[in-house]
Design a binder for this molecule. Sequence first.
Ligand SMILES: C[S@@+](CC[C@H](N)C(=O)[O-])C[C@H]1O[C@@H](n2cnc3c(N)ncnc32)[C@H](O)[C@@H]1O
Length: 171
Amino acid sequence: MSTGWMLPDEVMNYIFTNVSKGSTILEFGSGQGSVNLSMQYNLISVEHNEEWIGLSSGEYIHAEIVENPISTRFGQKGWYDSEKLLNLPSFVDVIIIDGPPGDVGRIGILNHLELLPSFSICIVDDTDREEESLLLEKLMPVLDFKDQIEIMSSSRRGNGKLRKSTVLVRG
Ligand SMILES: C[S@@+](CC[C@H](N)C(=O)[O-])C[C@H]1O[C@@H](n2cnc3c(N)ncnc32)[C@H](O)[C@@H]1O
């Protein structure tokens, strides 16, 4: 069973069911869940905190958090250092947005969309939260996608709310 920090089991099951073994996954925000993903996929994890680097057998990119204008505008601390993301592959099968953690914020990804590889599926975790719901709202017009799937987790937050993740599938 996943802990509150890991991608929910329901999202893991979605990935294992819908993404072929050996596919490439680019994950923003790493943790224990990365260990499971790296057993079946070519996993690239972007992580700011050394404590969460090296757990999985995948590739890690250590990128510190730096300020950027969009994060600042939304009152968030920053996003990963874009200088560390210049050599990402041109295509990955899946992008998972599950970091940086909530106290840093994730909206800064909007400042660096040109660095992202093209992809088939994008999973935004924690979209039940106001900040990630806003991120999703801003990402949707710029990502050309065909299907949107909401995955509700059976696990609840401290406030009793059900966790939600959103999967955007390109045509
Ligand atoms: C939501 S977690 C990412 C979890 C990861 N995608 C997984 O499935 O395990 C976001 C950030 O919190 C930190 N983190 C990961 N696992 C943690 C844990 N068990 N406790 C505290 N922080 C954690 C890492 O810096 C990570 O980038």
